[in-house]
Design a protein around this ligand. Structure first.
Ligand code: NAG
Ligand code: NAG
Length: 281
């Protein structure tokens, strides 16, 4: 790190919150994959690959307690059946919190499934799945997680696809106490990912590669139990709500592209759908 960069980074940490754009070298470590994960172009690009012996993954150097993280991802092209590409936040321990984007691959010409979930204290079961309105392997698209004390908003190219509100007032757990690290990975899940595991990974097409760029972290950095947001951060994401335009976009996505919603899965919840599903959102 150059002296200027070190100074800049320290100054940012000292500020109310940390914002950084587009440098994988300063924000993440390639955590696994034995050389299959690579940071390229001076930190501007990160590629993950998967072959028969291993996938690969990276993780943020620091943990965050609330923030907005944007990531541009270009998914595995062609026959990606059996592969799963991820971008998520997760805390440590057996009662962890987690906010997930997972992209389930498919045969050439068949659509990817974007799977989302939220876990609080080790309990998930809040899946919503979508198809996308574009081919996510043809170009980079921006996937964002906005996480503040009131809500989690998942967006794709600035279009909200899901809002998970804090419903603690009606007794629903919400992730807000545990700092989370950011993770991303590419791995083989052909036992379940594509058509429920019917379609297997075609290893003759390996290695499979997914690319990440333009990481933007605007978050409260949590280190040794202390948040860089000593006071309430003066950042729009911290208080952001869904305005009427966003709500209209969300309804458009949910009407046309949602393929699974735990909230309407009455077979799965015979004793009644989860409480947060009964409030308007
Ligand atoms: C794969 O394509 C099939 C056929 O269009 C579709 O039913 C399925 O949802 C797609 N995604 C996955 C992950 O299987
Ligand atoms: C918060 O940020 C806005 C826009 O950057 C600025 O105008 C305002 O003065 C800031 N408020 C505080 C209390 O720092």
């Amino acid at each position: 790190m150059s002296p200027f960069k070190t100074f800049f980074f320290t100054a940012l940490l000292a500020a109310a919150f940390s914002a950084s754009a587009a440098d994988f070298n300063s924000d993440v470590n390639v955590a696994w994959g034995n050389g299959r994960g690579k940071i390229l172009n001076n930190g501007q690009l990160l590629t993950l690959s998967l072959d028969k012996s291993s996938g690969s993954g990276f993780q943020s150097k620091t943990e965050y307690l609330f923030g907005k993280i944007d990531m541009q991802i270009k998914l595995v092209p062609g026959n990606s059946a059996g592969t799963v590409t991820t971008f998520y936040l997760k805390s440590e321990g057996s009662t962890w919190d987690e906010i997930d984007f997972e992209f389930l691959g498919n045969m050439s010409g068949d659509p990817y499934t974007l799977h989302t979930n939220v876990y609080t204290q080790g309990k998930g079961d809040k899946e919503q799945q979508f198809h996308l309105w574009f081919d996510p392997s043809a170009n980079f698209h921006t996937y964002s997680i906005l996480w503040n004390p009131q809500r989690i908003i998942f967006t794709v190219d600035n279009t909200p696809i899901r809002e998970f509100k804090n419903s603690e007032s009606i007794g629903v757990l919400f992730p807000k106490n545990k700092p989370m690290r950011m993770y991303a990975s590419l791995w083989n899940a052909d036992d379940w990912a594509t058509r429920g595991g019917l379609v297997k990974t075609d290893w003759s097409k390996a290695p499979f590669t997914a690319s990440y760029r333009n990481i933007k972290v605007d978050a409260c950095v949590n280190s040794k139990g202390r948040s860089s947001c000593s006071s309430k951060p003066n950042a729009s994401w911290y208080t952001q709500e869904m305005d009427s335009t966003s709500q209209a976009r969300l309804r458009w996505v949910q009407k046309n592209y949602m393929i699974y919603n735990y909230c309407t899965d009455t077979k799965r919840f015979p004793q009644g759908i989860p409480r947060e599903c009964t409030t308007r959102s």
